[in-house]
Design a protein around this ligand. Structure first.
Ligand code: FYN
Ligand code: ADP
Length: 575
């Protein structure tokens, strides 16, 4: 027992949970202290765990989720009961949607009171509420079951399709005492929590035959491919096959975005034009037009159709979710990619030159158009001129971790800022959710071991901005750049009534978010030009000091919701 047992060689729920986490190499807890877990946070820190306390549980949960994505070990989020649990539940659900492994542990009311609805302090049937929103949910009532509970939660979080797990700890469990030796024996060190899932040889053969038959093949890399940490084999598969690839946003960097086989700058051409698409850890959901070019209005565009899909996924039921999958390859990405590589003879033919040339033509046109836009230097700055600086900073610091959220701030960063290494771009993911920024930034700094650069829309930053204090408190190497255009999407809307209230999407004009960092002792910078932005970012990366840069952006720049403006239904004719 690594934690001090009580006098007559007994242990308790506090120590059993701490020891179960340590036994399974889970050394960091993201939390917000309060009833009934305050003492647990103190004991965990005293036992040598890293305890990172936040200002809102949603941010602690997001931190745990992205720590899971980055490490393949479930991130641990610890909250108080009821409202704290509910705040953490948003992150747990988002983690499950994104296939990030995390465990939300919440204190709760005693069963006998909850089940009789007798009106306890923060009474809530948390287990019942969590169950439909996460991958698995368990409650532990007895100290001798804590070892099993933690083991089940770990295995559920990382085996198969990773996801979020809820672990319910009624308050009295923490103080339950048991024999220390029996306690030691009750703990479980999980063996092989995420077992390899080897694809069937006939499925590998089917996939290779279809890929070999393609005239216009395309490889699509999703965040599952980034999570799998099979980086060398994935790169080998792309390069050996010679097939163009398209990275989804969190798969950027699996191969450098500047790679000659990247088709990212010809996205709208390659997706409908490809005849065989190899999906590696990517779902055919809204981000991929459901595999049929489904426009946001629900109509399928004529350009799509006729594609044949090969889908590598650890989830057997993912195939056919949107369109027919001609060659499902079920297994873990590492095993599936290795099997494909093993089956590709030395004589594997590269794709036809006309396909590669057609892609190069469109790619070069878009790159030239982008270069022209990036070369402009408007005053006030727009997204392009500011992000042209960020592009250079990331190129000079490829190990830096980029956190990104917003609408225009997200979409323009995705296409302008090239990534060079895997798992370095952390963003809004499958749900497109706002509010992940500071939780992701804290976790990236804590577990990533490199400086973090968070590129934030001013609206997006507002969801988790109070964690600037957390970033300063732990003195984390986080540089926050707020692309401040005075509102949600922009600051140019007006109240049509002419009344005193500003339009719903408009913020305080000229807000100085940098003052927030000043309030907590970090480095605060206000910039209005690319040169000022470059200098401030270079200093932040050099100094590794918590920094917030308030970058003034033209309030008319950008569109409503960025590249998904059409998702925001608008009245047929503007009044
Ligand atoms: C991409 N592009 C480039 C480059 N990279 N041109 C030049 N150089 C480079 N490096 C081109 C690309 O070919 C596209 O042009 C265009 O830029 C956009 O590329 P992107 O962003 O990859 O593609 P697209 O069509 O926007 O992707 C659809 C999408 C994406 C839904 C996957 O928009 C997305 O992930 N959106 C997330 C939205 C979200 O979650 N928002 C959060 C909250 S919204 P063409 O090929 O000519 O089309 C709150 O309101
Ligand atoms: P993106 O949004 O980047 O397209 P998605 O989140 O839609 O990515 O898809 C990720 C897919 O990867 C999920 O279907 C998930 O089941 C799968 N996945 C995650 N980890 C692995 C793994 N290790 N092996 C195989 N598939 C995986």
């Amino acid at each position: 027992m690594t934690t001090d047992a009580t006098a007559n060689d007994t242990t308790d729920g506090f120590n059993l949970l701490i020891d179960a986490l340590k036994l399974n190499d889970l050394d960091t807890i993201f939390c917000l202290p309060g009833i009934p877990i305050t003492d647990l946070t103190r004991k965990a820190q005293a036992a040598g765990l890293r305890v990172i306390a936040f200002r809102h549980e949603q941010n602690a949960g997001n931190a745990a989720a992205i720590a899971g994505f980055m490490t393949q070990k479930p991130g641990i989020c610890l909250t108080v009961s009821a409202p704290g649990f509910l705040n953490g539940l948003v992150a747990l659900t988002n983690a499950t949607t994104n296939c990030f492994p995390m465990i939300l542990i919440s204190g709760s009311s005693e069963r006998e009171i909850v089940d009789l609805q007798q009106g306890d302090y923060e009474e809530m049937d948390q287990l019942a509420i969590a169950r439909p929103l996460c991958k698995a949910a368990y409650r532990v009532l007895h100290a001798e079951d804590i070892g099993v509970g933690v083991a089940r939660a770990i295995r559920a979080a990382v085996s198969g399709r990773p996801g979020g797990v809820y672990l319910d700890f009624p308050a009295k469990l923490f103080a339950q005492v048991m024999d220390a030796d029996a306690g030691r024996k009750s703990l479980i060190k999980v063996v092989d929590p995420a077992p390899r899932q080897i694809p069937a040889p006939d499925a590998v053969r089917r996939a290779l035959d279809l890929l070999k038959s393609a005239r216009r093949p395309l490889i699509l890399l999703g965040k599952g491919a980034a999570y799998a940490q099979a980086d060398a084999d994935i790169r080998a598969l792309v390069e050996k096959s010679g097939i163009p690839y398209l990275p989804m946003s969190m798969a950027k960097g699996l191969l450098p975005d500047t790679h000659e086989q990247s088709a990212a700058a010809a996205r709208s051409y390659v997706l409908p034009a490809a005849d065989v698409v190899l999906l590696i850890g990517a779902r055919l959901n809204w981000l991929l037009s459901h595999g049929k070019g489904k426009t946001w209005g629900g109509k399928s565009s004529k350009a799509w159709g006729g594609q044949q899909y090969i889908q590598i996924d650890i989830s057997p039921q993912e195939a056919d979710s949107n369109v027919r999958i001609a060659a499902p390859l079920v297994g873990d990405i590492g095993s599936c990619v290795a099997a494909l590589l093993g089956g590709m003879g030395a004589d594997w033919a590269r794709p036809p030159a006309d396909w590669l040339n057609a892609i190069a033509e469109r790619k070069n046109k878009n790159i030239a158009k982008m270069a022209e836009t990036l070369a402009r230097d408007p005053q006030p700055m727009n997204f392009h001129s500011a992000l042209n600086v960020v592009r250079d900073i990331i190129k000079a610091n490829p190990d830096a971790i980029l956190v990104n959220e917003g609408a225009n701030a997200l979409d323009f960063t995705r296409s302008i800022v090239d990534m060079y290494k895997p798992r370095k771009r952390l963003d809004v993911g499958t749900w497109g959710v706002m509010g992940i920024g500071m939780g992701f930034a804290v976790a990236a700094a804590v577990v990533g071991g490199h400086p973090v650069i968070a590129i934030e829309g001013d609206s997006a930053f507002g969801f988790s901005g109070m964690e600037v204090e957390t970033i300063c408190r732990y003195h984390l190497p986080v540089c926050i750049v707020i692309l401040n255009n005075n509102g949600v999407y922009g600051g140019a809307d007006v109240n049509p009534t002419g009344g005193p209230d500003v339009a719903p999407t408009v913020f305080v004009k000229g807000a100085r978010y940098d003052k927030l960092m000043e309030a907590f002792g970090g480095v605060a910078v206000h910039v209005t030009t690319p040169a000022e932005l470059r200098s401030a970012m270079e200093e932040a990366v050099r100094s590794k000091e918590p920094t917030l840069i308030n970058a003034v952006i033209d309030e008319t720049a950008g569109t409503e919701s960025g590249r998904i403006t059409s998702l925001n239904p608008q009245s047929a004719k503007k009044k």
